[in-house]
Write a protein that binds this ligand. Structure first.
Ligand code: UDX
Ligand code: ADP
Length: 463
């Protein structure tokens, strides 16, 4: 039996460990966190994160070979392998503020591991980190005079929220980076063996430490770049009557480009993309590569433009003012099937409309609590309404900001009847049937397609 510890019970630790535990019944897994409320929630029936399939797998494994605890020090002492998935937010102070990763929790964890260890261990970086973080980690850990040896591995997480369990059950690849020394390669082999319990061997990629660390940042930068690219073209489509879905379909069928991640939207959100790209930008600057830094920075700039453009289009279309108008925002989560609102474009659009003094009501099937927390400084000016029909009642406009399937199944005739006329619908996810909405009587504004409206278009096309 191997004792496996995961430090950090957030989205990453909390969704990966139950899956690994379910495939390695011989081993014992403990997930710890400093946040007592979070651990209490992991031990209850109300898990702290919403992720399809997670409840079931936690029910199967918890109490059998998976345990949640706040006693980090004791479990460090017992562990053979330690996964570290503590948060590495963007620095808000000092050198690199707003871009570099804040590694304070990371370093504290390394020191805590060292202090409480009485045997040699494998330490696995699970969080996304700047390339060469493992070097600092090794220095701290191996600075001991207890005769202990630590092997640091990089095993970045590629799962996406909303499909995290599915992604872990059938990963398209698992990446493991380690030192090219004998003990380093032995540690890599140990981790390969663990994943090989359920992942086909040819999907487990092993590399050197730095390639693994950097690949995670690069994967997210490339994915985000595709969305910014298609969103940039959506703006051009709106000026030229090209249709973004047709363009995406046409280019996506070029096998060299491929069809995934070409859905034009109000913008990308989530805890990873912006943070990781800015981290990459900072690293490029650090290594004296300003042109490379500017190239990647533009991906984030383009995303901010898309969010701002969406909100500005709403104002322009609604006769250049939304002051005092009730607007229903359908969706707060950064994408469907998650309660996560970190960097959600929905909240950016909300803030922009509040700045125009709109009267905002938000509805979302799972993310209302998080949205309410994120918008707490604006709480007095936002209403939260679980029922989308009630949210839309007496509204001048609806904006679809998260692609929840629930929103596609609503009765839009009923909704239209209850709204102020002319009724506007801005579809930031191209989720709905626009022709049908137009027939019902809505003025419909999709992303990257000409609007369907009976009104004179104000400054929207050819402006
Ligand atoms: C991402 C990566 O996919 C994952 O591999 C990494 O480990 C963490 O970051 P996640 O943030 O959960 O995962 O969401 P993802 O599905 O990648 O979507 C990110 C954002 O892009 C969402 O706001 C989504 O709505 C948006 N998106 C995605 C688009 O706007 N268009 C697309 O075509 C795809
Ligand atoms: P991610 O999406 O990367 O999982 P989260 O912020 O959801 O990020 O989770 C990180 C978790 O790590 C948080 O629950 C936080 O309380 C926890 N954490 C941070 N530092 C420590 C530490 N030193 N020991 C234990 N847990 C920690």
């Amino acid at each position: 039996m191997t004792n496996i510890l995961c430090i950090g019970a957030g989205y990453v630790g909390g969704s990966t460990m139950p899956v690994i535990a379910s495939h390695c019944p011989e081993d014992r897994f403990v997930v710890v966190d400093i946040n007592e409320a979070r651990i209490a929630a992991w031990q209850s029936d109300q898990l702290p994160i919403y992720e399809p399939g997670l409840d079931e797998i936690v029910r199967q494994t918890r109490g059998r070979n998976l345990f949640f605890s706040t006693e980090t020090n004791r479990h460090i002492a017992e562990a053979d392998i330690i996964f570290v998935s503590v948060n590495t937010p963007t620095k808000t102070f000092g050198q690199g503020a707003g871009r570099a990763a804040d590694l304070q929790y990371w370093e504290k964890t390394a020191r805590q591991i060292l202090e409480n260890s009485t045997s040699s261990k494998i330490v696995v970086e699970k969080s996304t980190l700047p390339v060469r973080t493992a070097e600092a980690m090794e220095r701290i850990l191996n600075s001991n005079n207890k005769g202990l040896h630590f092997d640091v591995l990089s095993n970045p997480e590629f799962l996406a929220e909303g499909t995290a369990i599915q992604d872990m059950q059938k990963p398209n690849r698992v990446l493991i980076g380690g030192r090219e020394t004998e003990p380093g390669q032995k540690a890599v082999a140990r981790l390969v063996e663990m994943y090989a319990q359920w992942v086909p061997r040819d999907r487990i990629i092993t590399t050197n430490l730095w390639s693994s660390e950097l690949s995670k940042l690069v994967a997210n930068a490339f994915l985000a770049q595709r969305i910014s690219s298609i969103n940039a073209i959506s703006a051009l489509c709106e000026k030229t009557e090209a249709d973004i879905n047709e363009v995406a379909y046409a280019i996506g069928h070029d096998e060299r480009i491929g069809r995934y991640f070409l859905r034009a939207s109000v913008g990308f959100g989530g805890s990873c993309f912006k943070k990781d790209i800015l981290n990459l930008v900072y690293l490029c600057e650090h290594y004296g590569l300003p042109e490379v830094a500017r190239y990647w920075e533009q991906v984030v700039t383009m995303n901010e433009y898309q969010e701002a453009r969406f909100a500005a289009n709403m104002v322009t279309s609604m006769f250049n003012t939304v002051a005092g108008k009730r607007i229903a925002l359908f969706g707060a989560a950064f994408k469907a099937n998650t309660n996560d609102t970190r960097e959600s474009p929905a909240l950016e659009v909300c803030r922009a409309l509040l700045a125009e003094q709109a009267d905002i009501v938000i509805t979302d099937p799972h993310a209302m609590d998080n949205a309410c927390y994120d918008l707490k400084e604006l709480a007095a000016r936002v209403t939260f309404e679980p029922d989308p029909y009630a949210a839309a009642r007496n509204a001048h406009a609806i904006a679809i900001l998260t692609e929840w399937q629930q929103f596609a199944q609503l009765d839009y005739e009923r909704i239209h009847d209850s709204m102020v006329k002319p009724a506007f619908l801005f579809d930031g996810r191209n989720l709905l049937d626009h022709e049908k909405l137009y027939e019902i009587g809505f003025n419909v504004y999709p992303i990257g397609k000409p609007p369907l409206t009976r009104l004179v278009t104000y400054g929207f096309r050819n402006a």
